[in-house]
Design a binder for this molecule. Sequence first.
Ligand code: BJW
Length: 263
Amino acid sequence: MRSGTLSLQLLQVQDPNSQIVHALQTAQSLTVLTGAGVSAASGVPTFRGQEGLWKSYRPEILATPQAFAKNPKLVWEWYQWRRTKIATCKPNRSHEIISKWSHHYSKFTLITQNVDGLHEQAGTENVVHLHGSIWEVFCWNDCQLSPPRWIDKTLIYSKMPPACPYCGGLIRPGVIWFGESISSEILESATRGLICDVFLTVGTSSIVYPAASLICAAKAKGAFTAEINLEPTPVSEQVDVSMLGAAEEVLPKLDSFLVDSLL
Ligand code: BJW
């Protein structure tokens, strides 16, 4: 990281007259795209990096339909561990500020890759779940007796892997694995969010598609684009403003500059 770029980025966060503050103050519509970094301060492990979930498990072993077909018990044990951990986590300042903004802007969209449900717990409006929910399940065999998907908050299943209560086959987590398509309804909702005055990504590595392509698509449609992350990402050079820092510190700082305009 060049020191000149770093000081400019820090200035953006500290300066009430910065481009990002002006853009947020004057925007009618805001879209926020979040990733695992937003929930890190709540204690939810991220996927990549030093403490990331993939550090000890390779994604192709656990987050693909092929992996589940091969070893559903191993995949369910990983999800059971994560569900038990997430169940103890509460929304942090980032979730709270995003929720506050969701009630302020006349058009607001939150596109989240997170499956933990913390944005809803914080009361955020208009949430688009790109990668599903860890609290939903559906029948692995697509049995005709069960609903398409349903909420199941069991933390410790009596039988592993857990069975479909409708057909006795297997259930699977209601998340999007690598190689799986995101439904057209969800993609359409996310695409509607590209038309906005400001598009902000927070706490995502910007390497998983199609999520990673959204900020540049929004910029091509005329949005002012900004990113908040602890470190540079593949989109840092392409956005209008890249702010380095922890989301739970940067978002409250930005919000403090918006207080008058958000009243
Ligand atoms: C902080 C912080 C703090 C920390 N404050 N910041 C185009 C090109 C190449 C490949 C593809 C392509 N299109 C599709 C693909 C294939 C694939 C893909 O993207 N592969 C890439 C890895 C190359 N995509 C798919 O398969 C997708 N499906 C699809 O496109 O269907 C059509 C299709 C299929 C096949 C071929 C072509 C097209 C589906 C992707 C599903 C991703 N699923 C997962 C698991 C979800 C279930 C679960 O949770 O168990 O989603 S993978 C995992 O990565 C999870 C996350 O949502 C996702 C993104 O991770 P995220 O949120 O960015 O987290 P991290 O950990 O990576 O990063 C955290 C960041 O926060 C870091 O940058 C930190 O610095 C930062 N941070 N603390 C601010 N306090």
